[in-house]
Design a protein around this ligand. Sequence first.
Ligand code: G4P
Length: 284
Amino acid sequence: MDVQWYPGHMTKARRMMQENIKLVDLVIELTDARAPLSGRNPDIDQIGKNKARVILLNKADMADENLNRRWTAYFKESGLFAVAVNSRSGVGMKQIQNVIQEACREKLERDQRRGIKNRPVRAMVAGIPNVGKSTFINSFAGKACAKTGNKPGVTRGKQWIRLHKNVELLDTPGILWPKFDDQMTGVRLAALGSIRDEILQEEQLSCWVLDYIRENYPGFLSSRYPIGENGQAEELLGEIARVRGCLQKGGEPDYAKAAALLLDDFRSGRLGRITLEAPPETGI
Ligand code: G4P
């Protein structure tokens, strides 16, 4: 990913969000189901206050199913509507329609009281880079979508996608900037490949991933690689290098290559469905 979150970039993203949010009734916020808190910027709570809100745990197909359920429940308990989805395959899309109606019930009832009929809910999608915003918009809008032209009262150039008679989606997603409240947030996002790894070297990062997986998902590593799961993480990385033929000229393990291979296997889901954080106040 080549987005650098230097302050200028962040200010622009924030300004865009603040402008666009005025135009909508509902914010559909995407986060990564494999690290739902690390993958969201809590500033959205402030920016999106007074708007209906729905949280989508995207890439749920790569996350731990049990934790998907716990995270959905966690967000619901926090007063937000939440759905686990797979934007690539479209799983979960139907459910979102109902959740949107529910999340916007107040607005719909208010319209009805004022005698406004069939004014569609206007929604925008928001999330940090690479969380799947474009994939979601394509998947949710589907083939049947029609772009509506500019409308009076709407900033020129804004495109709305008519989803069905009740919902219109702003075609440009809001980009939220990752927020590094603590170092672990950055480590999780780097492990997912959501940010360029500037916090840790790939080798360190892969050791963290190895430790995390064998502690929380025993057996996952050994079912992918013919290795044991005991010992220091560096030793495991060395083992992976050997069994996968990542060797230097003299036959020594090439740790950098093995780290890249492990991270790629993890990020593409080949190590299994793994979630990197559990809802607060509970152990994984
Ligand atoms: P963005 O607009 O938020 O920046 O994200 P984008 O849609 O470009 O998605 C980033 C990557 O995440 C894409 O993969 C996309 O296919 C993948 N993705 C999005 N949603 C899901 C999901 O629910 N499940 C899974 N497994 N993957 C998802 P890519 O490798 O960058 O591109 P490509 O291989 O799809 O071409």
